[in-house]
Design a protein around this ligand. Structure first.
Ligand code: LMR
Length: 337
């Protein structure tokens, strides 16, 4: 073989090998889409997971986080996950009804969790694991539950007792339990994507909403809501989910490393959630734009009285056995106010 043939051969080898090497080294990309701001419990947790996933897989996996509805809005993101256009999401538990998993709406029942500790008995225990399993027939694998926090009502008029919300148009997430909750207050529920809420509040399409303070603050709802009542009448948290086909198709070692990253992230997420909400309440106070109402025990009881009947009304939708098992786990007694 003469020198020019050898050079030609080497060049051909290098050229044909180049794409193979590039392929072998190309990281597995996980697109993680969500609808909230980056400096929220969910936004920060997604970034934490991206970092740990990269570290633990030694760069074999690259998690790209797309926050603030930049890729998809509420309903679209679930469709995109099922189609495989994104691989990972963490929708609010109130958004699984349209996917056909109504049981998740148990988390929307007013006052069902007194505090994070009671909630964790469910989300981090056997009931939570059972709920995640229900996603599999939908082509979705559930990996974890992440906290946000307890929701409070806001509007442009003071809210101290349930009657203050009578006749108000209230934006809610796509949950039948939340719909029943708003109707129990004689108000009008309006399902709307999270990304549309600010404008709807600003233009008066809706009068008020409910959200944990971290969402109210980071979406700047406080600019367009004059009153916030610290009702903390219900919980808002997330299920972290992946496209099942994608997840099952990962090399087993990589999947294991990602599971470890997710476990670590869940501990971190559930640690920072309350801190973020407390910090953002200070932010709302400092803005001076929204009057913050702390309810008296009597006012709180009036809200409970108005809202607890939603448990019985929605029991058959959620599943009576599931509801009883949650009560048993947390010690919640709907007959006690
Ligand atoms: C909402 O739509 O109000 C929330 O689910 C947004 C979120 O993801 O926290």
């Amino acid at each position: 073989m003469n020198v020019s043939n050898l050079l030609f051969g080497l060049l051909a080898c290098a050229l044909s090998a180049a794409p193979l090497t590039a392929l072998a080294e190309a990281p597995i990309v996980i697109k993680f889409s969500h609808v909230v701001a980056n400096d929220t419990p969910k936004g920060l947790a997604a970034e934490f997971f991206a970092k740990r996933a990269g570290e633990l897989t030694k760069g074999k996996v690259k998690v790209e986080v797309y926050g603030n509805s930049t890729l998809y809005k509420d309903k679209e993101e679930l469709e995109a996950l099922q189609l495989g256009a994104v691989q990972m999401l963490a929708p609010s538990l109130a958004k699984f009804g349209p996917l056909g998993v109504k049981e998740f709406e148990v988390f929307d029942l007013p006052y069902i969790f007194d505090n994070y500790a009671d909630l964790h008995k469910v989300t981090q225990g056997a009931i939570g694991a059972g709920l995640l399993k229900k996603l599999e027939p939908k082509g979705v694998t559930g990996l974890a539950f992440w906290d946000n926090g307890f929701k409070s009502f806001s509007a442009n008029t003071p809210i101290l007792v349930p009657e203050d919300l009578k006749g108000k148009k209230m934006r809610i997430q796509s949950s039948k339990v939340l719909e029943a909750q708003i109707r129990a207050l004689k108000a009008i529920p309006q399902v709307m994507a999270f990304s549309e809420v600010y404008q709807a509040l600003q233009t008066g399409v809706v009068d008020g909403t409910e959200n944990p303070i971290s969402n109210l603050f980071t979406q700047k709802f406080f600019e367009v809501q004059k009153h916030l009542a610290l009702t903390e009448h219900g919980y808002l948290g997330y299920a972290v989910i992946v496209n099942k086909k994608f997840w099952d198709g990962l090399p087993a070692d990589v999947r294991g490393q990602l599971e470890t990253a997710m476990k670590e992230t869940t501990v971190h997420a559930n640690k920072i959630a309350k801190e973020q909400n407390d910090k953002d309440l200070e932010g709302v106070k400092k803005s001076g734009k929204t009057a913050i109402h702390v309810l008296t025990p009597e006012q709180r009881t009036a809200f409970k009285k108005a809202l607890i009947p939603v448990h019985e009304e929605m029991a058959s939708r959620i599943g009576k056995d599931l509801l009883q098992s949650v009560y048993k786990e947390t010690g919640f007694d709907p007959s006690k106010l």
